[in-house]
Design a protein around this ligand. Sequence first.
Ligand code: FAD
Length: 461
Amino acid sequence: SPQIVWLRRDLRLVDQPALHAAAEIGPVIPVYVLDDDRAGDHAYGGASRWWLHHSLESLGKSLGSRRSRIVLRQGDAPQVLAAIADEMGAGAIHANRHYEPWWKEAEDELADALGDQCELVLHDGNYLMPPGSVTTGSGDPYKIYSPFARSLLECLPPRDALDAPATLHSPESWPESDDLDDFDLLPTEPDWAGGLRDFWEVGEDAAHARLEWWVDEVADYDEGRNLPSQDITSRLSPHLHWGEISPVQIYHRLKDLRSDGWQTFLKEIVWRDYAQNVICQFPDYARESYREYDERKLWRNPDSGHLIREDLACWQKGMTGYPIVDAGMRQLWQTGWMHNRVRMICASFLVKHLLIDWRYGEQWYWDCLVDADYGNNGVNWQWISGTGVDSNMFVRIMAPLTQSEKFDAAGYIREYVPELAELGDQEIHDPPDEERGDYPAKMIGHKEARERALEAHRAAK
Ligand code: FAD
């Protein structure tokens, strides 16, 4: 009987356990359901929708070249899938486990909705180790990164990567499919996606090409990863997020390299597993603070006043008067991505210099990032704002001007804040008033902001 493969953030053919298992049993029907309502405030943002469109297009072509196809539908995923299973007489629906709370719910609902003839078979596909499987000696999940990482590294190597199925048999007839254009995922008026098109190649082949490029670069990662002016990070994040490549594939491709760069890089991939492990334990992690603060005393709430709303808008548009922050926020807007060091600086600036609730920042990144990830985004925002289970970083206030000099961001600022491009390497980090031209003055001085933040923190504790 036909086997349905329910695709979500696993848009690939290689090392795709659900697809692999289905292909071994019978004819395969790959299905993607756009379920816009289920995630609530974490429905896909604009940049994610752009990426998803191109990733589905690319996967559709790969499947087409193997005489298969992808069935596209919209609506409530469990209901849509159960109806297709019924119509096609499917023996099973295969899916790789996803850990966002709305997807876990959908998995439960689907299992309940299926009749006796069809079962839901869940596989582990998108992480080095299945989330929840790395535990302390007493079997409890870890809350803190370092012991989690130590323990996970001891479990490696992960399982072998699976090849793409050699053949995909088609069912006798195909269920109906929407056109990809019906999903309405691309911006039209205005078409803001030009910068994304210039910056990215989307899809599984592009992910593999990026990994091959990275094989030669990763040795320099240890030294270079903090320098935004240089291109020494993998930029695999959207490919990983959308499952165009799996971390298991990355591990096996790089494991024989002996460089420090590879060891450091592996620890970043482990951060991704860690974030998912946190989401498993605390499903609301991207929405709720987990420390005992009186948050009304900590944050200036943009919903409560015009001036605070304007502060938030200056940050979003990259008009804070701090060149490193503005370069980052503009890179985010133009390309759908931001360098990790700068993501930290910008996040810290919002929550500490502007004292705006981290959730406004989380939502802005969510809307703008092509790699927007419920786990990685929530965990990193909570880590910066010191509101999560892992650290209390609030009182460690990053100094944006010092960071900018220390990590040599002059070239990066020139690229994304062109109105400062003529300034020298010394002054570009903090241009003197007479050199700013149309570029704005600093919204707030660093010392003043720091004192205000520490005071608010004292009051909220
Ligand atoms: P590399 O440096 O090449 O790292 C390789 C991979 O490891 C990344 O692709 C990513 O999958 C993983 N990784 C690296 N750093 C982290 C980290 N700190 N936490 C979790 N995983 C990590 N990453 C996302 O994928 N999605 C997000 O929504 C996201 N939001 C963030 C929000 C804030 C406030 C901060 C500080 C960081 C956030 N990150 C997020 C983590 C990190 O910035 C990006 O993963 C990284 O910049 C992506 O670029 P890269 O692929 O070149 O990374």
